[in-house]
Ligand binder design. Sequence first.
Ligand SMILES: *Cc1c(COP(=O)(O)O)cnc(C)c1O
Length: 396
Amino acid sequence: MTVSRPLNYGRHLVEDDDIQAVVSVLKGDLITQGPTVERFERAISDYVGAKHAIAVSSATAGLHIACIAAGLEPGKKGITSPLTFVASANAMRYCGAAVKLVDIDAETLNISFKELQLSLEDDPEISVVMPVHFAGLPADMQKIRKISGDRIVIEDASHALGARYECGSPVGCGKYSDMCVFSFHPVKPITTGEGGVVTTNDDDLAHKLRLFRTHGIERDPQYLDPDEAFEGDDRLPWYYEQQHLGFNYRLTDIQAALGLSQLAKLDRFIETRKNIARQYDEAFSALPFIKANQTSEAFRRRSGHHLYTVNIALEKIGLTRLEIVKKLYQFKIGTQIHYIPIYRQPYYKELSPFSVLDFPVTESYYQSCLSIPIFQDLQDQEVRHVIESLKKIISV
Ligand SMILES: *Cc1c(COP(=O)(O)O)cnc(C)c1O
């Protein structure tokens, strides 16, 4: 069996109607700072059930302004999972805060609730808790909210648009966190090319996020310098006031048009991903040297299935991971490692004396993990090709 195209671990699906939506904005008057961004924000807040959605140029930008709004600064500390993309930790560093990492849970691959609880108990400097919904499976937010007390909880939900908490509510609804950040990078659940959004139910946080997204410029008439802004009762129409040091982290209307069109397809995308995950689960449950992750029925029901990760018993089959990756590549199958743990990155090693011994669960996952193809238009025969190829390579 073979396939006609190379398969990456993840990819976008952009269809003709998505392209039409973008073209119609391009033909209009406003290609940025126009009405499509606001429509997209409303559609996102309706979808997740949050009061506010603030569209941004990437999830990294969203995490950054969320950390600023949370008050992270030098002398303060945030805590997150080591099994994440560097952007989660980097957002805290942009604010000059220290980053604390604790080990993951072997079943969920999300931050370990017990480890988190221990850290929060003995480290009062931690003011921000940032769970990451790994591979689209939401962390145990109800418990995390509870033990976090009055600390600010920011969800890195880059993998998890469309996923649901244990209670059934959509990720991002704000029930268990102060802010929730999604990514629209092409491998994520839906795409705008680059892009992201922050959702929150807190009016004050929403206001801050909007300020920091656009240079720290206040456009509402709550001016620090009203004498500059008004002539008698007339507000000067050209007046704007920079009150903080913000950024240009805006999403364009071109991107928002793509996002709106994609959002309408999200449920279908997730259904397809779930089907693929179930086919893999069934095939790998019969293979002794491949362990699939997050396979319980309860997890499958509510995950967004952003990634499909397996662990391979490398010693038993006598192959290195690199050998397997190269052989898969010959079968046109692209794979990835999610992730090189944060504590292994030279930048973070230099900042803080992390020891791999502090993260036994993350380490053991990392040493033999592999992400195999899962995306919204992966065909059944392509799924079978991945399964058959792995069987061939791994059979001993
Ligand atoms: C993709 C990703 C990010 C960053 O998203 P961008 O939109 O590319 O900035 C952050 N955290 C996690 C867990 C991610 O997977």
